[in-house]
Design a protein around this ligand. Sequence first.
Ligand code: CP3
Length: 360
Amino acid sequence: MAETSAVDVGVNRKELFLRACCGETLPRIPVWMMRQAGRYLPEYREIRANHAFLEVCKTPDLAVEVSLQPFRRLGVDAVIVFSDILIPAEAMGLKLELGDAGPNLPEPVRTAPDVAKLNIFDPESSTGFLPEAIRRIVRSVGPTVPVLGFAGAPWTLACYMVEGKAKEGFATVKSFFAHEPETFRALLHKIARATVPYLKAQIAAGVAAVQLFDTWCGELNRHDYEEFALPAVQEIISGLGGAVPVIYYTKASQHLLPAIAKSGANVLSVDWRLDLADLRAQLGPKIALQGNVDPAVLFGPANKIQEVTRATAAALGGKGHILNLGHGILQHTPVEHARMFIETGQAARFAEVAPAAQAR
Ligand code: CP3
């Protein structure tokens, strides 16, 4: 894709992205959107009209095509591979249905024998479609565009594996760890042990960074987060050994900071409930931040989209910041509004500081 003047600052997208992950101040900040490949795009809906969701995930030709759609149409600064956080749950041995009503796991994990039965799968033989899609995306976009891999964080994946679906309050999974803390810990540890090779396979296939999605960690109080969720995230991040930057997404998690900052992630991705400048003041300059425009802002009006995007882009002065939404883009978002978010973010300019002069 040809660089347009709004995005061309003499540094390619991959360098911008990687330098933002390292906390550098950049002439412009990278911009992408969680769930950027999805139903708000007519070309995605066209593919989904003929192919089931899991079929798209498991067919590299289709996964590559939908991963590239937002890059072609909107010129986003990163391409996230099309997949789902529940793919490893299936590879660990659970039945998985992903229909219009959302995910359903009809045989959820409820007992110690259920945990013992789960497999630590080989990612190339069980989920080889994913590294294959990544290799093809990397080949297609070339060396100047970052491709992102991802996985669910163990707690969030465990919520689906135990509840069977997303449920208000998560009573079943909370009751699981209250009654059988050691079994629940074993489940999180098993998910972490499966996730490390799964992400390493994505890294070997060429991703520039990986994101861990912990959408439901905000359901926990700080004690339970530190007791259960955090150690399993730390296990994954240390298991990756710094091979690529790790972005850790959490939602509604203000009560969990600064425990979240101990995850070992290079970048914390947060939602609109947090103020980015306050968070930077609290955590210091070593942890880069991603976010955090409310996806509902993209319903407009146009002047509001620009105002919020500019203010969010300005919040950290271009230092250690990847501009994104605070959660996935919503299904009925007008494509032109998504474009406005991307282009407004890419047009923001900051004074570049020579790398040697930057405090690290
Ligand atoms: O960001 C991207 O564009 C890459 C693809 C991606 C999807 N899911 C595709 C998807 C990513 C990174 C995810 C992550 C994911 N999946 C999370 C964490 C982030 C978040 O949104 O909270 C979670 C919790 C899931 C589980 C999941 N998958 C749910 C709850 C649903 C149903 C809700 C919905 O939006 O339909 C899915 C299905 C899903 N995953 C869709 C997409 C594009 C929609 C399915 C469709 O096309 O019909």
